[in-house]
Ligand binder design. Structure first.
Ligand code: GRF
Length: 200
């Protein structure tokens, strides 16, 4: 399956997807990386892997929807059939979310529905939870909501800092994201109502 990946930053999840796609039997191919930030290190990762990339600066557009339409045009012309958000720090318009209904997934560094939005690891530390984690889910118009494909739990240690917890959660993100995409490509994820069921 041909996929496009949307990024804004360092792109370690993008790297995990690039590495997975390089494995012989992995059923996805990244055909386009889009970043809304020209200095995102993820762009270097894409270039190193010879993946076409585009910078589309949201500030160049009068509205969220105009920005999204420009991304949509690039995604369509790349031949991508599926979109992965990987540290993409823009809210998408309802138009884009509808356009890519059930063909758009996101990764979030908490066990949703807890700790939506930015700084999820800090939110977890501030709340004193003993377990947090990550979630891969289909995108819906509400931020950080939608049918959950996979989650992994990560223990919070007494001496954790935001950095140490973030690193431990990221390890699980990389595993969950690549595994979720594999299941989707293999048609093993069925959406029933607003529940994603994993087929054997
Ligand atoms: C990850 O924690 C992801 O869950 C969140 O943003 C971060 C991106 O990290 N949405 P990276 O750019 O993939 O390294």
């Amino acid at each position: 399956m041909k996929i496009a990946v949307l990024i804004s930053g360092g792109g370690t999840n993008l790297q995990a997807l690039i590495d997975a796609c390089a494995e012989p039997n992995y059923p996805a191919e990244i055909v386009l990386v889009i970043s809304n930030k020209a200095d995102a290190y993820g762009l270097t990762r894409a270039k190193n892997a010879a993946i076409p990339c585009k910078v589309i600066n949201h500030k160049d557009f009068p509205s969220r929807e105009e920005f999204d339409k420009s991304m949509d045009a690039e995604i369509r012309s790349s031949g991508a059939e599926f979109v992965c958000m990987a540290g993409f720090m823009r809210l998408l318009s309802e138009w884009f979310i509808d356009e890519w209904h059930n063909k758009l997934i996101n990764i979030h560094p908490s066990l949703l529905p807890s700790f939506k939005g930015i700084h999820a690891q800090k939110q977890a530390l501030d709340a004193g939870v003993k377990i947090t984690g990550c979630t891969v889910h289909f995108a819906r118009k509400e931020m950080d909501a939608g049918p959950i494909i996979m989650q992994a739990a990560v223990p919070v240690m007494e001496d954790d800092t935001i950095e140490s917890l973030t690193a431990r959660v990221l390890n699980e993100e990389h595993r969950c994201y690549t595994e979720s995409l594999r299941l989707i490509c293999e048609n093993k994820v069925r959406i029933n109502g607003e529940i994603a069921e994993i087929l054997p």
